[in-house]
Design a protein. Structure first.
Lengths: 179, 179
C-alpha cells in the first residue's frame, strides 16, 4: 500500500500525478520533451537509458515500463534491451551507447562521479554535446522519478503482461498527463 | 569548465537551461509550483529541504543558493537554516520538520529507504499526506537538479556574496526561466 492515500490500483507515478496534478503537469511535460522531443538519440535509446538507470535504482515499476517501451521502439532488435540490462559490456550495443551508458551509470550514483575522462571516452566514440547533455539529464530525471515512485511506495503491478500493454501505449502515445 | 559548451560564467542550472530551453521550461515550472505553489509547508521550509538534500548530494551550487533563499524567507529566524544544515537533531526546528527531514534524507539515499515507520513518525508529529508528498517530491526533485548540475560540471561561483544576491532574487521572484 502506498504511504499516502492515492487512487487504488493505479500504477506507479500515475497515482501520484493524480494526487497532485499541479506538479504532475511539469513532470509529464519533462518526460515528453526529453524522451520524445528532438534529440540525436533515438526514442528507443532514450527509453533504454531510462530503464538502465531505473534498474540501478531498483525501481521495478520504472524499469519494467521503460524496458517494455524501449523493446517496442527497437522492434525487431528488441533483444538489445535485455542484453544491455543484463550486461552492458557484453551486449551488442554501439561503443558510443556503451560510453553514454557509462556516464548515465555515474550520474545514477552522484553527479560528481562523472569525470572528464568519461566525457572524453564518449566523445572519442563520436558523442556530441547534445547526446552527452540528454544522457545526463535522462539519468538525473529518472533518479527523481524513481525516488518519487518508491519514496511514496506507489503501486507496482507484478503481471508482465501489464507492462507489455504499458510499453505499447507509451511508445505510441508518449507521456500524456492522466485525467 | 563545464563538460559541454555552455555560456561562460552563467552559474549552475541556468547555463544548462539556456543550452536546452525545451527541457529547461518544465524544469523551472516544476521548481516554481513545488517551492512556491500552494502547500502546507512554508516556502522557507521547502527551500530548507532543498538545501538539506543538496548538501547531502554534495552539490555546492544548489546548497548555497537554496540555503541563501531559505535564510531570506526565514527572516529574523534565519539561523535555523545553518543549524539544520549542521545538525538536524541539535537544531531548534519543530519535531514535525525533523521527521520530514528524516524522510527527505532517506529519499536522497534511495526511494526504498523510506519505511512505513518513517512515515508513521512524521504522522505522529502531525504531518499530513500533502506534507509527506511534498517532502518526498522536493527531495526527489533535488536528487535530479543536483545530478544535472554536477553531472555536467556547470559553473559554481565561490563568492558567498553572490549567493546572498541569488537568495534575495529567488525568494522574491521565484523560478523564472532565464532568457
Amino acid at each position: 500500500m502506498a504511504h499516502i492515500e492515492v487512487e487504488e490500483n493505479v500504477p506507479g507515478i500515475r497515482s501520484l500525478v493524480m494526487f497532485r496534478p499541479e506538479t504532475g503537469k511539469p513532470l509529464y511535460e519533462l518526460a515528453q520533451v526529453l524522451l520524445r522531443g528532438e534529440s540525436p538519440l533515438t526514442e528507443a535509446e532514450r527509453e533504454l537509458i531510462a530503464a538502465y538507470v531505473s534498474k540501478r535504482n531498483d525501481t521495478m515499476f520504472c524499469t519494467m515500463s521503460h524496458a517494455a517501451t524501449s523493446r517496442e521502439l527497437y522492434g525487431s532488435e528488441k533483444n538489445i534491451v535485455d542484453d544491455v540490462l543484463n550486461d552492458v559490456q557484453q551486449s551488442e550495443i554501439s561503443d558510443k551507447m556503451k560510453a553514454l551508458l557509462n556516464i548515465a551509470g555515474k550520474v545514477q550514483i552522484l553527479g560528481k562521479e562523472v569525470l572528464p575522462e568519461d566525457i572524453e571516452a564518449a566523445r572519442k566514440q563520436g558523442a556530441d554535446d547534445r547526446e552527452i547533455h540528454d544522457t545526463v539529464l535522462i539519468a538525473a530525471t529518472f533518479s527523481m522519478y524513481n525516488r518519487y515512485v518508491d519514496g511514496l511506495a506507489s503501486f507496482t503491478p507484478t503481471d508482465p503482461e501489464e507492462y507489455i500493454e504499458m510499453g505499447k501505449r507509451m511508445a505510441e502515445k508518449g507521456y500524456v498527463t492522466p485525467k
